[in-house]
Design a protein around this ligand. Structure first.
Ligand SMILES: *[C@@H]1O[C@H](CO)[C@@H](O)[C@H](O)[C@H]1NC(C)=O
Ligand SMILES: *[C@@H]1O[C@H](CO)[C@@H](O)[C@H](O)[C@H]1NC(C)=O
Length: 169
């Protein structure tokens, strides 16, 4: 009883501190399944047009899977890569795409070994954040083509939603 009362007393404090340090790019809201389907459709159309079968993964801002498609004949080894690229793009508040992290994890660079963290990240191109109204709503990861093709397909997906993959400044 006393314990419960003590916990309840903490609640206003927790809320008061929730976003005291939050800048615009740290605000989050969660991508809906419908938004994820729109991104999947646009990304798939782009991949089909360039004749490269792709794995396309969409995660929420915590890196949890919302939608996934393995197109016919896409590399099965790239299923995991696509999902890890998407996670890599959201776990640092969407401030870095998976490609942005690449140079930072090379031997001697400040984030060397980062890809070993969080159960395994993928830090080359193809994972980008999704921003709507300046808020991070999720990330998309694409794998199956060259890095350039993967990035193009991911961007086509985000643009298809009318969203942005650039963190607000
Ligand atoms: C939380 O963020 C919102 C939107 O940026 C702001 O209006 C509000 O004052 C903030 N609350 C606190 C307690 O900092
Ligand atoms: C795929 O999307 C990219 C944008 O990321 C665009 O520049 C390119 O023209 C699209 N390719 C096709 C074949 O639609």
């Amino acid at each position: 009883m006393r314990f419960t009362t003590a916990l309840l007393a903490l609640i206003p404090l927790a809320f008061a501190q929730t976003n005291s340090t939050a800048g615009p790019s740290l605000q989050r809201s969660y991508i809906s399944a419908a938004q994820a389907q729109t991104i999947l459709a646009s990304a798939t159309a782009n991949a089909t047009a360039s004749k490269v079968p792709q794995n396309i993964a969409i995660v929420d801002p915590s890196g949890i899977l919302v939608a996934f498609l393995r197109m016919d004949n896409a590399f099965v080894g790239s299923i995991d890569l696509s999902q890890k690229k998407a996670r890599s793009a959201v776990l640092f508040s969407g401030l870095f795409s998976s490609a942005d992290l690449y140079s930072q994890v090379q031997p001697g660079a400040p984030l060397y070994g980062l890809e070993q963290s969080n159960g395994g990240l993928v830090v080359f191109g193809g994972g980008i954040p999704i921003f709507v109204g300046g808020q991070l709503i999720g990330g998309v990861g694409v794998s199956g083509g060259s890095v350039d093709q993967d990035v193009q397909v991911a961007r086509a997906g985000v643009l298809g939603l009318g969203a942005s993959y650039v963190a607000p400044s």
